[in-house]
Ligand binder design. Sequence first.
Ligand code: ATP
Length: 213
Amino acid sequence: MGNQHKIPQATAKRLPLYYRFLNNLHIQGKARVSSKQLSDAMKIDSATIRRDFSYFGALGKKGYGYNVEYLLGFFRKTLDQDENTPVILIGVGNLGTAFLNYNFTKNNNTKIEMAFDADHAKVGEIIGNIPVHHIDELEEMMENISVAILTVPVTEAQGITDRLVECGVTGILNFTPARITVPEHVRVHHIDLAVELQSLVYFMKHYPLDDEG
Ligand code: ATP
């Protein structure tokens, strides 16, 4: 954790992207990479990449580039790739089911371990290797779980959130349209897919990329 606080948020947000990209290079057997190559492939300008990497203590050498293995080691430690973060999912509807099947296997440190639903027809099912429990069992099943994905109907979002917080959850990925209220120590990231899609179409219509020059 320690020095992670010194990394600016914008840089921290790019960490998983860097990690995934460098991991692919590593798998391909590449030992080094230049900021120009990274820049072209990741569509991030090379000055930004060099600045980001300087926060990671990685100094690229002229004509050599960056050492892939060193960077990967750094990212792994910083992203806690070696430490497992168990995640639960609440609401096994269309979206929830898709997430269980997907289960973020590319991020090997974050795995959905349990799911909960109010519908008795879904309880007892195993989807993508993950068991579905009844929501009434939430409190007794929760042990050492700090992260939850919320895919319940909008009307249920706040009530479930309150229960999660009570159980010690400190991070919620909210896929419902609800603006949930949480205590200060709880971090919520809100992803409203309908809004994102609408916003994309709006921007395409009103801010065509060709006009921006
Ligand atoms: P989605 O919105 O993911 O496409 P859907 O349209 O299939 O889902 P929704 O009505 O949005 O269904 O409900 C999502 C899931 O949340 C359903 O499986 C439903 O049974 C479940 N659910 C509803 N209320 C609760 C609750 N209080 N606790 C846990 N799960 C709930």
